[in-house]
Design a protein around this ligand. Structure first.
Ligand code: SF4
Length: 307
């Protein structure tokens, strides 16, 4: 490794709060870290995955559903807090805000879904830019389609646009975006280089006071066909779900699924490996958990197929 690369690598680890404790033994990372030592992942046996009600809604409406979400070993039961939850919000409120009951979901129109499934990239972008399928269109400044390499092997999926993303029309800007960029660099990729970044919903959800909030199940159901079409067109070889909302929405799991069943294992989404980690905004609030996020990235590397 040349000195400049070594300095950059150290900056990445420093930004992620990993320091000398979190240098990976993974063969891909070992090429660029030299002093690697990966920590042990503390896992425990998880319970069976709960009934995937959202998946059933998607199926009924003709949307893509997970092909394989068989449970394996799980990590400890930490809370994956979505980006839009204010820093001052306590965990009990977070749980209340996180989801509407799945029973409230109205399936998307199947003909609409079929039409989306046949779109090329440009048509899809145009469709999203003028979409009024759910109420989130009313307050948006911009739709946030996604950013990056449209043939990327790595796909990162967050929850939804926040204040700055809505203004700029790009996902993960600001401090959380910088941390995500550092996480990408730790994987040897970058925004626009072998990586694509998108969200579950493409318009900013806000509450009555104009604050960011997680998308409702209805909003997720309305918008998910766009992301599903993006996945079909990108054909990534690894999907990283950033936070619980992204994870359960993509996997069609119940919002009540214990977090212990999400992190610490490789899921499958129509054959594509999917690993769940913390949302960068959460990691900014809880930097001690950056080490766990690093575990998740190492797990993703283990399951990433180069070809
Ligand atoms: S969030 Fe998605 S479904 Fe709702 S208006 Fe925006 S683009 Fe359309």
């Amino acid at each position: 490794m040349n000195p400049a690369s070594a300095v950059q690598q150290l900056r990445v680890f420093d930004e992620m709060g990993l320091g000398p404790l979190w240098l990976s033994k993974h063969p891909v990372l070992a090429e660029t870290t030299e002093t690697a030592e990966a920590p042990e992942t503390a896992v425990s046996a998880g319970a069976e995955v709960e009934q995937p009600e959202l998946a059933e809604v998607m199926k009924q409406s003709g949307q893509m559903t997970p092909a394989d979400t068989a449970p394996v070993a799980t990590a400890a039961d930490e809370l994956l807090i979505p980006e839009s939850v204010p820093a001052s919000t306590d965990d009990s409120i977070v749980e209340e805000l996180m989801f509407l009951p799945v029973a409230d979901v109205q399936p998307s129109d199947s003909s609409r879904v079929s039409r989306i499934q046949s779109m090329d990239w440009q048509t899809l972008q145009t469709e999203v830019a003028s979409c009024q399928q759910c109420g989130l269109c009313q307050g948006r400044a911009n739709t946030v389609f996604g950013v990056g390499d449209s043939a990327a092997p790595w796909l990162f999926v967050g929850e939804g646009p926040g204040y700055n993303e809505n203004l700029q029309g790009e996902p993960f800007v600001g401090a959380a975006g910088q941390l995500l960029d550092n996480m990408l660099r730790a994987l040897g990729i970058a925004r626009g280089q072998r990586a694509y970044i998108a969200n579950i919903v493409k318009c900013r959800p806000t509450d009555d006071n104009g604050r960011d909030r997680p998308p409702s199940a209805e909003e997720v159901a309305a918008c998910l066909p766009y992301l599903q079409r993006q996945i079909a067109l990108i054909q990534p070889r690894m999907i990283i779900a950033l936070g619980k909302t992204a994870a359960v929405s993509l996997l069609g799991m119940s919002p009540e699924t214990p977090v212990g069943q999400l992190r610490g294992r490789a899921h499958r989404l129509n054959g594509i490996p999917l690993v769940v980690t913390y949302h960068p905004a959460y990691l900014l609030r809880k930097p001690a958990d950056k080490a766990k996020a690093w575990q998740d990235l190492c797990l993703a590397l283990d399951h990433f197929s180069p070809e």
